[in-house]
Write a protein that binds this ligand. Structure first.
Ligand SMILES: Cc1cc2nc3c(=O)[nH]c(=O)nc-3n(C[C@H](O)[C@H](O)[C@H](O)COP(=O)(O)OP(=O)(O)OC[C@H]3O[C@@H](n4cnc5c(N)ncnc54)[C@H](O)[C@@H]3O)c2cc1C
Ligand SMILES: NC(=O)c1ccc[n+]([C@@H]2O[C@H](COP(=O)([O-])OP(=O)(O)OC[C@H]3O[C@@H](n4cnc5c(N)ncnc54)[C@H](O)[C@@H]3O)[C@@H](O)[C@H]2O)c1
Length: 454
């Protein structure tokens, strides 16, 4: 035990800073490999996914789809999150042999981390501190009670009038949840469409679904000012419009939690709002010694499955292997009805990169499954690199797209030849059949590029 200044409480082979999806996975893996590991966590072991993000949002979306009453949906949500206690996650860590240090961790220099006044030594440091919501600088916003997704996914309240600020994945999922349970919902999205980072058709399909559910979409408008009125809150929009609300939910993006950790004491420069810079092995660039990062804190791919993937990459490398992360086919899913699924490059990114893209699409309405389900919403688009003759991106909006689009992620990652993909048979009647025609089209066009150019 440390007694005087400069004394270390304990020297660990590895200290993992942040016990979310990424941190838990790295810590358990290292401990199972026989390393002496500490996991530093100042909230709940497990991070945001099981308690405040993925699990409660998907639980509410499913209840909404089933038409369950709000009280039942909230009870199911809270049951699935284990009442937001981390006993089970902490027990998993104990069972793996990880020491959990409760408190806020801060790096004090190479080989030293402080947790609530006690200093600990490390051989390897793995930074997994996740991300946090961005609150936009809107006049008056700081003076009114706000919800972030954390609040929206933990409280039992169903506001009568809800304004959602931001039409990204979080805003769209929660707008659908609250509108389904009877709130009067408006979404204010500064860019001209929902899910602005994805192929335009995806946001359009979702906009149509949300409008049909009664959501008031204010696209291309920002919030200029917010004021408290006797009857609630009033928002003035940049396009001159106004909205009245009982509650504002800010879903305007998240930033990596990369500052205030003491990374500069290791020689690492972090720009405000950016992730901890990592190379393809997830080693932190510019740091002295064995310093790694995984999950949202890297600012890359920012999903639970990407956090797990990066954790596995770190694990392999710390244990002496050499593994590089490949982000070409990480899925991006919005679990609304219909689902939006995208992976690989978007048409917008291809244009920026100067890639000669060939696109082929198909409306789900043309599948027999759409008729059987009596749901003809949606479309799939596949994007191929003309010069290489392989798929490099895809997007779909449609029921269960998160399940039937996985083969396209595999095709992108494996660089499967288009001619082979076009020969794959899909079961009838499935939405998966919808990729057959675009694959045949791309295979034909890219096999005869001169003809296509005409
Ligand atoms: C509403 C919402 C819904 C989402 N839905 C999905 C989904 O359906 N599918 C999907 O793949 N992704 C989804 N995501 C994204 C997903 O939740 C994240 O990508 C994932 O949880 C990131 O895991 P992480 O380990 O990087 O970070 P986190 O889970 O945030 O863990 C970081 C941990 O570090 C701790 N910490 C931070 N700083 C310190 C410190 N200095 N000392 C000690 N502890 C510290 C924090 O308390 C936290 O527990 C969603 C996100 C949101 C907000
Ligand atoms: N299903 C999933 O996989 C899933 C679900 C939810 C979230 N996530 C992750 O969570 C993260 C955060 O998602 P998000 O939706 O909060 O962020 P986002 O950055 O994807 O979208 C935020 C949106 O808010 C808009 N916006 C910002 N400031 C605004 C303002 N002042 N007025 C109006 N609009 C404004 C932006 O134009 C943008 O479209 C993402 O990185 C995502 O990967 C994943």
């Amino acid at each position: 035990m440390g007694e005087g200044p400069g004394e270390l409480d304990h020297h660990y082979d590895a200290v993992v800073l942040g016990g979310g999806t990424a941190g838990e996975r790295v810590a358990a893996g290292l401990a199972r490999a026989g390393r002496d590991v500490a996991l530093v966590e100042d909230r709940l072991v497990g991070g945001v996914s099981p308690y405040f993000a993925d699990v409660p949002s998907k639980a509410l979306l499913l209840s909404a789809r089933r038409g369950e009453p709000w009280e039942l949906a909230v009870a199911r949500r809270d049951g699935l999150t284990g009442g937001r206690t981390d006993d089970r996650a902490a027990a998993r860590m104990a069972e793996a042999g990880v020491t959990v240090l409760r408190g806020r961790g801060r790096i004090r220099g190479p080989g030293r981390v402080e947790v609530d006044g006690a200093e600990h030594g490390y051989g390897e440091l793995i930074v997994c501190t996740g991300g946090e919501p961005v609150i936009p600088p809107v006049d008056g916003l700081a003076d009114v009670p706000l919800w972030t997704s954390d609040d929206a996914l933990t409280v039992p309240d169903l506001p009568r009038r809800l304004v959602v600020l931001g039409g990204g994945p979080v805003g769209c999922e929660l707008a659908q949840v609250y509108a389904s349970f009877g709130s009067q919902v408006a979404v204010v999205e500064a860019s001209g469409r929902l899910l602005t980072a994805e192929a335009p058709f995806a946001g359009d399909v979702l906009a149509d679904a949300l409008r049909r559910a009664g959501v008031d979409l204010r696209l291309g408008a920002g919030v200029a000012q917010v004021e408290r009125k006797e009857s609630g809150l009033r928002l003035w929009l940049s396009d001159g419009g106004t909205l009245d609300a009982d509650r504002i939910l800010v879903a305007a993006g998240r930033r990596p939690r990369a500052t205030g950790l003491g990374l500069e004491s290791l020689g690492v420069t972090v720009s405000p709002g950016r992730g901890v810079p990592v190379d393809e092995t997830c080693r932190v660039q510019g740091a002295e010694g064995g310093v790694w990062a995984a999950g949202d804190v890297t600012g890359i791919a920012r999903t639970t499955h990407a956090a797990r993937y990066q954790a596995d990459v770190v694990l392999s490398n710390v244990l002496g292997g050499r593994r590089e992360a490949d982000y070409r086919a990480i899925p991006r899913v919005v679990y609304t009805t219909p689902t939006v699924y995208a992976t690989g490059i978007t048409p917008g990114q291809a244009a920026e990169l100067g890639i000669d893209l060939r696109t082929a699409g198909y409306d789900l309405a043309a599948t027999a499954r759409a008729a059987v389900e009596a749901d003809d919403r949606g479309r799939v688009e596949l994007y191929a690199d003309r010069s290489r003759g392989v798929l490099i991106g895809a997007a779909a909006a449609g029921l269960h797209a998160e399940e039937w689009m996985s083969e396209i992620a595999l095709a992108i990652r494996a660089e499967t030849p288009l001619t082979l993909l076009a020969d794959v048979v899909h079961a009838f009647p499935t939405y998966g059949e919808s990729v057959e025609a675009p694959l045949r089209e791309l295979a034909g066009r890219l096999a005869a590029p001169e003809e296509e150019a005409r």
